[in-house]
Design a protein around this ligand. Structure first.
Ligand code: ATP
Ligand code: MG
Length: 455
């Protein structure tokens, strides 16, 4: 009796397949929390006789008071039926077939309810397929709203908002988990990771973004199954890595990726460098992520080229030193190491050329920034990659690399007047001639190749 009186919400659970229905006053959401276009898409589909709800990240974020960055609609209409309803739509995807409805710059993703396909569906390879380890290869078997909820990843991502009634439908424990700050996989965690190992990265990403805990049974298999990421296509991992590190929570994400042994799966070379030089490499990465987060949170542009330059620098330097130890000169050793490191990395994470080329330029500039004599400093300053290269130099210094005050020099040079610049350059050449003279004295043979980092 007492329990009844104090029960905060009048929730109705009719049977195992029936969702918990939350009324507007229980969840505090309204249509105003969602973009007008997304609400209109849902209403139009409902008027056409289909079920349609806002779903996933937008409902989760709105419940947490975060402005959703995009809006997804789940519907009983097939992509073709959605296409017929909206002239401004397109069908996309193969692994997941979806309809995209375009309103100027806003894009609403409309997905048909899918089911966690049973074994019989496996005979129909066009619609659904798993590989030997249970990984989902294609997922186009349509189902009911409840089926759709079961195949979503986390309970917090399986909430459906009905714009007409302003009710939230919860088929698992999403609403309660959001209140408790818990990331919980729907179903058997191990099986869900086997179906799609990327869910391990998603768990970490959401934990960092929302400052949530990963619930114990959802967390437990991750270290054991981290190696499954090796089977994920490099193009998909590239998309995930950008979301991991360019969403404003890179530092926390990095800590969690390391905690769950996922970092080494994504960046094996960097993970090895971390074992060799734990403190310096960790400091460089942390500083890189801190800077990136600051920029993202101030809405300033960030480029994946800089991110990969930082993430791979430790492995590049380890490689270059080992090539030098094998007798290669420092400059070609850096070039060769850069080439090898990128080649290996793109097999795991498909960094497109439009970013890997500037990554290399940022690295190459590290070799050029110390050479400032004559007209070189001004040529470097005018280089389109100068700013990124200079920021990268400061990053290296912040992690304890000794560059002989080079960052400071460049900071002053940028702020200096023309005459001050000329003076800085001449100071430089007088310093380097005395250095050269002093060095040359005892030598009788030809001077050796100059190491990078010296004038
Ligand atoms: P955000 O957009 O903030 O990254 P999100 O939850 O919207 O978060 P999306 O990648 O946009 O993430 O996916 C939309 C929804 O699709 C998710 O909320 C989830 O319900 C479902 N989903 C996405 N990826 C998976 C997956 N790998 N396995 C199962 N369900 C998934
Ligand atoms: Mg989303």
């Amino acid at each position: 009796m007492l329990k009844k009186l104090f029960k905060p919400f009048r929730r109705q659970r009719k049977g195992p397949e029936q969702p918990t229905v939350l009324e507007a006053h229980e969840h505090q959401l309204s249509c105003a929390d969602f973009s007008r276009n997304s609400a209109n898409v849902a209403v139009r589909l409902q008027h056409a006789g289909f079920q349609a709800y806002l779903v996933g990240g937008c409902v989760r974020d709105a419940l947490l008071g975060i402005t959703p960055k995009d809006f997804d609609v789940a519907t009983s209409a097939t992509p073709e039926q959605v296409r017929q309803e909206f002239r401004n739509s397109r069908i996309i995807g193969r692994r997941f077939k979806l309809a995209h409805v375009h309103f100027g710059r806003e894009l609403i993703e409309v997905a048909t309810f899918r089911s966690n396909h049973s074994q019989e569906d496996e005979s129909n390879n066009d619609r659904s397929a798993h590989d030997a380890s249970g990984r989902i290869l294609r997922d186009n078997v349509y189902g009911s709203m409840e089926d759709d909820a079961q195949r979503r990843d986390f309970t917090m991502n399986a909430l459906y908002f009905d714009v007409s009634s302003e009710r939230v439908y919860d088929y698992s424990t999403g609403f309660a988990d959001i209140k408790r700050g818990l990331i919980r996989l729907i179903g058997d965690p191990e099986q869900r990771y086997l179906e799609d190992p990327v869910r391990m990265l998603r768990a970490v990403r959401f934990a960092a973004k929302l400052d949530f805990e990963i619930e114990d049974s959802t967390a437990e298999p991750i270290r054991r199954l981290a190696h499954l990421l090796a089977d994920i296509p490099a193009a998909r991992l590239y998309d995930e890595v950008l979301k991991l590190f360019l969403s404003g929570n890179a530092l926390r994400t990095y800590e969690l990726l390391r905690e769950y042994d996922l970092f080494a799966q994504l960046f094996p070379g960097t993970a090895k460098a971390l074992l060799r030089h734990p403190e310096n490499v960790d400091r460089l990465l942390r500083n890189a992520f801190k800077n990136t987060d600051k920029r993202v949170n101030m809405d300033r542009p960030v480029t994946p080229a800089f991110l990969f330059a930082a993430l791979l620098w430790p492995s590049l330097t380890v490689r270059a030193i080992s090539l030098q130890n094998d007798g290669m000169h420092p400059l070609p050793a850096m070039q060769e190491a850069a080439h090898q490191v990128l080649l290996e990395q793109v097999q795991r994470i498909a960094v497109p050329k439009r970013f890997s080329i500037p990554t290399r330029e940022i690295w190459d500039m590290q070799e050029r920034l110390p050479r400032r004599a004559g007209k070189r400093a001004d040529t470097l300053l005018a280089h389109p990659r100068f700013r990124a290269a200079y920021d990268f130099l400061l990053l290296r210094e912040s992690a304890g690399e000794d560059t002989q005050e080079l960052g400071n020099w460049w900071t002053q040079y940028q702020d200096a007047s023309d005459s001050q610049r000329r003076e800085m350059i001449s100071n430089l050449s007088s310093k380097s001639t005395t250095a050269r003279k002093r060095r040359r004295k005892p030598r009788t043979s030809k001077p050796k190749h100059t190491a990078p980092g010296h004038e």
